[in-house]
Write a protein that binds this ligand. Structure first.
Ligand code: T4K
Length: 372
């Protein structure tokens, strides 16, 4: 374990800083159910994320699942299969039918030109994913949603801290759902939030995260338990103080990767998007075996031999999962399929030192040379 370089490593504050933050919990004995830390964290996030409202939740998945429930959606939801299990599962667990749209070959996000042809009289919403922190074609999605009266719920799990056209990324769509999981750019151990503008939606969501309880005597929603506890909120408060520095460090790592790996035949790197202030969440590389001379799996194996844990985010596609028993036709999303067979996300975290980045790049490049 000691010398291994894994795909990411959780950011943590100094232990003393965390202890200082949680001390007051020993005075109040208030551990969860929207306590002082929860309220403070929520307020700080509204400022940081430049959004109207934030609801805190136990994780990014419950953010998605309960948002869909709070919107009272029924019927079909257009989404993409190039994502983590959570996005599709949240749709299915709400009794909704996912209708899979293909993705753009450069950004990995929903191909907005292909959305309209999938709309039927049962379509109620679009759930696009800002994959790897790459921003979807927000304007096109907004136009389609308005034209057909559809809700837009962004899976923004990868985009914490990003802005688009100078505005917090959480301010787009009807709802944006973020993850604060340990593996994310920003973590509260486990955690997540929903950003929204509609206050009615907010009331519904805040009840659903607490069993649907309206007050001590009225329970008028079939809710879940998705309340962020005080220890997670305290971790979030600490990590938020260091986030900008963490993002700067990640940027340095990404720049080194780009310097070393761009311009190599058969390697496609993540795009640099205009009008986006990036959080440098992931470093995906797409390997074209014919041009590069080695497959994605061969590169992953080579790195693993040297204790480097690159990951196939996102393979397999969610529309091929065993739990769906061949319900969906993967050939309807050929670009997503192509990418999922070729993409590898390389290690990326704030404290990854540049010598290690060079070592990883040397090994990747060596795969090409070995083959020739
Ligand atoms: N939507 C999208 C698009 C998502 O990507 C995700 C989550 C969600 C929704 C749902 O959000 P959450 O409900 O999770 O908040 C990880 C994460 O568990 C998951 O949060 C994330 N996406 C997904 C892309 O990656 P695994 O199964 O790959 O994690 P694991 O345990 O293999 O960890 C990866 C690496 O992270 C390890 O090799 C080392 C490092 N690590 C991991 C943990 C758990 C740490 O340094 N510290 C840790 O505590 O899913």
């Amino acid at each position: 374990m000691e010398n291994k370089i894994l795909v990411t490593r959780s950011s943590m504050p100094d232990l003393d800083e965390y202890i200082e933050e949680i001390k007051s919990i020993w005075d109040t004995h208030w551990l969860t159910n929207m306590g002082e830390k929860h309220q403070k964290f929520q307020k700080e996030l509204i400022d940081y994320m430049q959004v109207d409202n934030v609801e805190l939740l136990t994780n990014g998945h419950m953010a998605l699942e309960l948002s869909m429930q709070a919107l009272n959606l029924q019927g079909e939801v257009i989404t993409t299969p190039f994502t983590f299990a959570s996005t599709t599962h949240a749709i299915v667990r709400n009794g909704l039918k996912p209708v899979f749209c293909d993705v753009d070959p450069m950004t990995f996000t929903i191909d907005s030109d292909k959305i309209e042809s999938l709309i039927t009289d049962k379509t109620c919403a679009i759930v696009p994913v800002h994959v790897y922190g790459n921003i979807c074609n927000i304007e096109a999605i907004d136009k389609i949603a308005k034209k057909y009266g559809l809700k837009v719920i962004y899976d923004a799990a990868h985009t914490f801290g990003e802005t688009y056209k100078g505005k917090g990324i959480g301010s787009y769509g009807d709802v944006s759902c973020f993850s604060f999981h340990a593996t994310k750019v920003f973590n509260s151990i486990e955690g997540g939030c929903v950003c929204y503008s509609d206050r009615e939606f907010g009331h519904a969501l805040s009840r659903l995260k607490n069993f649907g309880i309206r007050n001590e005597e009225v329970v008028d929603g079939v809710g879940a338990n998705a309340k962020m506890n005080e220890f997670c909120a305290a971790m979030g408060l600490c990590n938020l103080r260091h986030l900008q520095t963490e993002i700067e460090k990640r940027k340095t790592v990404v720049e080194r990767y780009r310097e070393r790996l761009s311009g190599i035949d058969g390697i496609q790197l993540n795009p640099i998007q205009e009008n986006v202030e990036s959080n440098y969440a992931y470093f995906p590389v797409v390997f074209d075996e014919k041009k590069f001379g080695a497959s994605r799996n061969e590169v992953q194996d080579k790195l693993a031999e040297h204790g480097i844990g690159a990951r196939k985010y996102f393979y397999p596609l969610t529309n091929t999962f065993d739990c769906f028993h061949n319900e969906f036709d993967v050939n309807e999303t050929p670009v997503a399929l192509h990418l999922s067979l070729r993409v590898l996300t390389l290690p990326l975290f704030a404290d990854l030192n540049l010598e290690d980045v060079d070592k990883i790049c040397d090994l990747v490049i060596a795969c090409k040379r070995n083959y020739i």
